[in-house]
Design a binder for this molecule. Structure first.
Ligand SMILES: *Cc1c(COP(=O)(O)O)cnc(C)c1O
Length: 230
């Protein structure tokens, strides 16, 4: 428990340091606690240490844990979402990070319409074009953004990427830089119903580099809670 508190303090200092180096304001960067497989007692510690954004990768786990916490938590779905799970999650999370097809965006839009909400989403991009990962290829991004922008009950807030697992975080710098460039390019197109303000990138092993390259949301699990036992 004490370790979790220590971990969070260290990470906060690193984020602040990176912001200072880059001339960024600390408020531009939101730290998400990735709470998959983590028990509510440990999650509560993170909350006490000031982390009020929780991110889960599975719909069922998120829905099960959500009632255990107060309204003060902002919930994020960061894992791959199947269309048959959409109904269970729309309206329950402030942001879905993992939209990677028009079909999925349409399913979210349909469900959001039914319950009369606007669901904020990020489009997931596979910048490194790894075979094993979900997400759009770079050349597919603009067309999909334009198609999703026509849906009334979803709103694109930005992009998410999962960078490759690498030995040295520096290896991911070009990936983050490319992601930022795609983000800026789409932002400059000023597409109706698209607000480009969120760039979700950077995990335990590479979040400092991600902040340096413009991330606005960091998704950190192991770095906060320790190795996951699954
Ligand atoms: C698990 C997970 C993370 C956090 O990974 P850590 O290496 O434990 O920080 C971030 N993003 C996604 C999509 C994840 O599934």
């Amino acid at each position: 428990m004490e370790q979790i508190r220590e971990n969070i303090k260290t990470i906060q200092q690193e984020i602040e340091g990176a912001c200072i180096r880059m001339g960024r304001r600390r408020e531009e960067v939101t730290l998400l606690a990735v709470t998959k497989t983590i028990n509510p007692t440990e999650m509560q510690i993170a909350y006490e240490e000031g982390l009020c954004h929780f991110a889960e990768n599975k719909v069922q786990e998120l829905v099960r844990k959500q009632p255990l916490f107060s309204e003060g938590i902002t919930w994020h779905l960061i894992g791959h979402l199947q269309t048959n799970k959409v109904k269970a999650i729309v309206g329950k999370v402030s942001l879905i990070h993992s939209v990677d097809s028009l079909r999925l965006a349409e399913a979210i839009d349909n469900e959001a319409k039914k319950i009369n909400v606007i669901q904020d989403i990020l489009v997931q991009i596979n910048v490194a074009e790894e075979e094993t990962k979900f997400g759009l290829k770079t050349h597919e991004v603009e067309e999909l953004v334009r198609q999703i922008a026509l849906l009334k009950n979803v709103r694109i807030q930005g992009f998410m990427t999962i960078a490759p697992y690498v030995v040295s975080a520096e290896e991911n710098r070009p990936i983050f830089r490319k992601m930022k460039q795609i983000f800026v390019d789409i932002k400059e197109k000023n597409i109706d119903n698209v607000s480009m303000n969120t760039l979700s990138m950077g995990m335990t092993h590479d979040y400092i580099v991600a902040v340096e390259e413009g991330a606005t949301m960091l998704r950190i699990g192991t770095g906060i809670f320790g190795e996951r036992i699954t």
